[in-house]
Design a protein around this ligand. Structure first.
Ligand code: TPP
Ligand code: MG
Length: 224
């Protein structure tokens, strides 16, 4: 009986990824900010903040077996994907905050703005050919939304009805330039494979408000 209940529960719940709370997300990032401001992370780093609730909601639809493509701002995505805080901390400490990768979680990142949509489309094509039920989720910023590579991937995914959803994380800035200075006032209406959420970022594009003196600091775990 218990086994049957478990089976029913699992089939309703799907294979959802591990849950992490808003407070835990903020707490993790604050810890990393402390390291950064103590000049213990001598690399460029993009902090997440202000989009916890939106992402927690979106990740309710992302199953354990799905593929996730993240961006240069990867910390929240990785933790919500079920990634371990310790592993993420290691990536960050060695300067790989923008290159977080985890094959077991099907989690990939690129620091190249709009570098992932074409790869996401390719993975989605392969999944469709295999009759797989897995989905692809590709996060991009509104700066990446400006890029032709994104448009090409959207056209291909929509035209071929591929299992891929693009999620624009719209914080109205590409580096620090708002949309009206980039292309005026009109938004493009994308087809249904593109979703968008808005948020007000807590931190600047890179680092925090503070100037950090990295002179004499060594890369973590190295002698140079
Ligand atoms: C191809 C490419 N051009 C430029 C950059 C430098 N760059 C890094 S992040 C960024 C802006 C990204 O803005 P957005 O996609 O909106 O993400 P956000 O930082 O707002 O989360 C730029 C231009 C890059 N990484 N790759
Ligand atoms: Mg942006």
């Amino acid at each position: 009986m218990l086994q049957l209940l478990h089976k029913i529960y699992k089939s309703h719940r799907g294979n959802q990824r591990m849950q992490i709370t808003k407070e835990e997300l903020i707490g993790f990032e604050k810890e990393m900010i402390q390291l950064w401001e103590n000049a213990e992370i001598p690399y460029p780093i993009h902090f997440s903040g202000g989009n916890e609730e939106q992402l927690i909601e979106i990740f309710k639809s992302i199953k354990t077996e799905d593929y996730i493509f993240s961006t240069h701002r990867s910390h929240y995505h990785y933790l919500l994907a079920g990634g371990s805080k310790e592993k993420l901390k290691e990536f960050i400490r060695i300067g790989d905050s923008m290159h977080v990768f985890d094959r077991k979680l099907n989690f990939f990142t690129s620091a190249i703005v709009a570098g992932t949509p074409a790869i996401a489309a390719g993975v989605a094509l392969a999944l469709k050919r295999k009759n797989s039920s897995k989905q692809v989720w590709c996060f991009i910023g509104d700066g990446a939304e400006d890029q032709g590579h994104f448009y090409e991937a959207v056209r291909y995914v929509e035209g071929n009805n591929l299992p891929c959803t693009f999620i624009i994380e719209d914080n109205n800035r590409s580096v620090e330039t708002p949309k009206r200075f980039r292309y005026g006032v009109n938004e493009i209406e994308w087809p249904k494979c593109v979703k968008r959420y808005f948020y007000t970022p807590v931190y600047p594009h890179v680092g925090t408000e503070k100037w950090i003196d990295f002179s004499g600091k060594k890369a973590w775990g190295t002698s140079f």
